[in-house]
Design a binder for this molecule. Structure first.
Ligand SMILES: *Cc1c(COP(=O)(O)O)cnc(C)c1O
Length: 389
């Protein structure tokens, strides 16, 4: 038996464990101080009413022989795929039902999709980055190239025609930076992918945070994208499903064999998302569900605006916070990421996430999130002003 040696090439990430350790040490030494966490990468508001009611009904159906459900279709029930299709339709993207695959979240499908690609593909990943893209490719033994996202390009790198890539990852609105591509910029990526016969793996997990109609929520709003892109979306951040688990992946039929291959892969290795969860997800796409999730998103975005406004008052450079729950700031006084982490914890009792943990270009930057409570965000920003204004 030979093990997969590629796992030895994974970089150990100590980011969140180091943060937890530092915060615990601080709290033990200063039990009287109130520490505010603005590093939370998970939603905090509960599931909305429409979802809960739909969940309850589905549970009751499972209790009756006449409405009980066993195995469902691996690619998801038609009632949910239809709801997803109508949702896309509402922002002018036409999909066929068999281009939509219901998943248990974006992370698993972002990893699983790599089953479809040969090992000898060059992968292009922006730096800083959501670590899943890199690690899943390292596990498969693929070469990963990085493209620099930095202050100069406002953390929205554009393709370099001299660099050849086969698989390209794009996340917009971005985690960790909160930056969002506009149509012209995404078009450049689509044109580049078409020219290189490359595939774009587009992560739209934060699309619901976009409130400007002119910004694309799906890559398929860009002409040509159906010939070069697979899209991954999730109800995790948009509807609070991080613990409930449901998402959807779009594999257009115009992508040569990939749609059939993905269906084959899913029917072989996956047995579908629980019926009750799919009913819960269906409720997200109703009028009531959409209104309720938008209320929650508005709550987070008000926090984000408060953070962004405070940073402006303090003259601190940042991106994100507008169409995203994340704010990505340049550490004041040229501090390094961890230096700023320690400073903010010691002087302001505020916890955030050092940008250096997301890649080399993250050094000197810092991520704050809006998933905390309004009260805590207000208090943290008062402290921020005392420190930096
Ligand atoms: C949170 C997040 C996801 C969603 O993952 P799920 O598995 O659906 O919970 C996907 N991509 C990014 C960049 C994320 O931050």
């Amino acid at each position: 038996m030979n093990i997969n040696k590629n796992y030895d090439n994974l970089e150990q990430s100590y980011l969140f464990s180091t943060i937890a350790k530092k915060v615990n040490e601080y709290i033990t030494k200063n039990p009287d101080k109130k520490v505010i966490r603005l590093g939370i990468g998970d939603v905090t508001l509960p599931l909305c009413k429409a979802v809960i009611s739909s969940l309850h009904n589905a549970v009751d159906e499972m209790a009756e022989q006449s409405t009980f459900r066993g195995y469902g279709p691996e690619q998801g029930y038609d009632f949910l795929r239809t709801a997803v299709r109508e949702y896309y339709n509402s922002h002018n993207v036409d999909l066929e039902l068999d281009e939509i695959f219901i998943s248990d979240g974006a992370k698993s499908d972002l990893g699983n999709i790599l089953d479809l690609f040969a090992k000898d593909n060059t992968v292009l990943v922006p730096d800083p980055v959501y670590p899943v893209y890199v690690d899943t490719n390292v596990m498969a033994g693929r070469e990963v190239k990085f493209i620099d996202a930095n202050g100069e390009n406002e953390f929205l790198p554009l393709p370099n025609r001299d660099v050849k890539a086969d698989i390209i990852y794009i996340c917009s609105p971005n985690n960790p930076t909160g930056a969002v591509y506009n149509r012209e910029q995404l078009k450049e990526w689509v044109d580049y992918a078409l020219l290189n016969k490359a595939i774009i793996l587009f992560d739209s997990a934060y699309e619901c945070f976009i409130s400007d109609e002119s910004l694309p929520r799906s890559i398929y709003e860009i002409e040509g994208a159906k010939d070069c892109a697979i899209e991954f979306c999730s109800l995790s951040k948009t509807a609070g499903f991080t613990g409930t688990r449901c998402g959807y992946t779009i594999v257009p039929k115009s992508l040569d064999k990939l749609n059939k291959m993905w269906l084959r892969r899913q029917t072989t290795k996956f047995n579908g998302v629980p019926y009750i969860v799919q009913r819960a997800a269906e409720a997200v796409f109703t009028e009531e569900g959409q209104r309720e999730i938008q209320e929650n998103i508005r709550y987070y975005k008000e926090n984000a605006k408060l953070i962004s406004d405070t940073l402006n008052e303090c003259g601190i450079w940042h991106v994100g916070g507008k169409h995203s729950p994340y704010i990505w700031l340049k550490c004041p006084n040229n501090m390094k990421s961890w230096e700023f982490f320690d400073y903010l914890l010691e002087k302001g009792q505020i916890v955030g996430t050092p940008g250096a943990g997301f890649g080399k270009n993250g050094e000197g930057y810092f991520r704050l999130t809006s998933f905390g409570s309004k009260e805590n965000t207000i208090e943290a920003m008062e402290r921020f002003k005392t420190l930096f204004k």
